[in-house]
Design a protein around this ligand. Structure first.
Ligand SMILES: [Fe+2]
Length: 241
């Protein structure tokens, strides 16, 4: 989504040296303990992630995202803001880079009531979205086989709705580079504040919005339905037209 253009995302495959450097540290717990402070959680989760990569590698993207989900549910409330406004959204949308770095980046975003982040992809990336305040519906899609890649702006593609997550405080959903990599987010009546844990296996975070029919917003949620849209690039305003 738009916020990713502000984040430098280092490919996780380039982490071999970092993992080796951690080998002098005390024994590492791969499972989270209760953490009262976000900074303590972040340091422990990154140590554990690097140890996991050193032990098992990062080539199995689904396995790594499942591992990271263990840590996502143990994340204490992170600090919020300062917020950066995302121009062009249908309602107020704000973003903040909380913790750049490796092997995952933590960002936060705030959606006003009725805000929709239209369907978009995260090529080569995986992410976990944790709802901190309010509520939202996050609809996941997969690109149908044989469709034009996201860089072909203007091309029409077909997607399949694969999952619908209705998130409220302290619940989460995730995607991987190969599973339900596209998603659309719609804030509930009170808006939503969320944190994203983002891992990048390939690329530097380039992406594209997908302008669907009906004003750029997907039809009523239904798992299994096929929808058509056009890649419009990284400008969110073009995704509503
Ligand atoms: Fe996204």
């Amino acid at each position: 989504m738009e916020r990713r253009s502000f984040v430098s995302l280092a490919p996780v495959a380039a982490l071999g040296g970092l993992a080796a450097a951690e080998s002098q540290d005390p024994p590492i717990s791969l499972a989270p303990r209760p953490y009262a402070q976000y900074d303590d959680w972040l340091a422990a989760s990154r140590r554990a992630s690097l140890a996991f990569i050193k032990e098992a590698g990062a080539a199995d993207t689904e396995r790594f995202m499942q591992f990271l989900a263990l840590w996502a549910v143990g994340m204490p409330r992170p600090p919020l803001g300062p917020w950066e406004e995302i121009q062009g959204a249908n309602a107020r949308l704000q973003f903040s880079t909380l913790s750049p770095g490796r092997p995952f980046v933590v960002t936060t975003f705030k959606m006003g009531p009725g805000c929709v982040q239209p369907a978009h992809c995260h090529p080569g990336g995986g992410g976990i979205t944790v709802c901190l305040e309010g509520s939202l519906t996050m609809r996941h899609f997969s690109l149908a086989p044989g469709q034009a890649p996201f860089k072909e702006t203007g091309a029409e593609v077909e997607i399949e709705e694969t999952a619908i997550a209705r998130l409220s405080t302290n619940t989460f959903t995730l995607f991987t580079p190969t599973r339900q990599n596209l998603h659309q987010l719609e804030a509930g009546p009170e808006g939503a504040v969320c944190a994203d844990l983002i891992v990048q296996w390939q690329g530097a975070g380039e992406f594209s919005y997908l302008r669907l029919g009906g004003g750029g917003v997907a039809a009523s949620p239904r798992v299994g339905q096929r929808l058509k849209g056009r890649w419009v690039g990284m400008n969110i305003a073009k995704a509503y037209a």
